[in-house]
Design a protein around this ligand. Sequence first.
Ligand SMILES: [Zn+2]
Length: 302
Amino acid sequence: MTLPRLGTIATHETTRKLARRLEAGAARILSATVSRAAQRWFVSFTVEVQRAIPAEHARPGRVVGVDLGVKTLLTGVDNSGKIVTVEGPRALRSSLRKLRRASRGCSRKAAGSANRRKAAARLARIHARVANVRADALHQATTGLAASYETVIAEDLNVTGMISNRRLARAVADQGFGHARRMLGYKATWRGGRLVTADRWYPSSKTCSACGTVKAKLSLSDRIFVCEACGLVLDRDVNAATNLLKLAASGAESQNACRPRVRPGSAGHRGMKQEPGPAPAGQTGTVRAQARTAGHLSSHAY
Ligand SMILES: [Zn+2]
């Protein structure tokens, strides 16, 4: 990679995919941003890419309702009755333990000392690792869903509202709801499918998927849904995903997530609600490149 002033720098990850597209005239770099995090240098490109979007999805008619969970990364129920569960990666949990330890270690060191600086650097490296593990797990899960289902229906969660709840904050941030929904949106579009979002106020967790009775209260610690009206006993996430699937089937779902919507009270969160659109003039994607301290740059194509 050749950057102004710095000259040519070797990348840690391969840039061959991007280079091939550039040579073929199928991509155009619009800008590059160099940043530094946890003692590594990154360069991310904004790239305009020509992408052939199939007119029809490879598996037409396949629908999955997806509940983005706290306990599991995601739970899906499809229209053939199959339950798809994606657990959070184990590496994430062990990294979180390391994170807690490093955080304590850092706060015990005297402010301004060399040891404090070292401990802070260690903490930053672990933070970066947690973010990478999480992003990787989400990419795998969402790629799989976009490939297997023409229609993915997910809840339009009020992520900002949930993060202000401190106990839930880490779990929600960990699983990256907003990130997952964005990925589902653009990956579905790329394959000729679509992401549909249920209205934020649709009570997918509180509704009984068998009889439709809506509970007045359901706490987050209730992992099993029990219906007083019909006696249904079901895993909370499976119940929610089933409701979303039914909503898609009934056609009562709200707009396609490709179109950003403005709802009362959502003015502050509009940025999070925007999914990459069907991109009339060709898709725009980002290729990220990563570099170890001054030298080996690397690229990561999403
Ligand atoms: Zn019921």
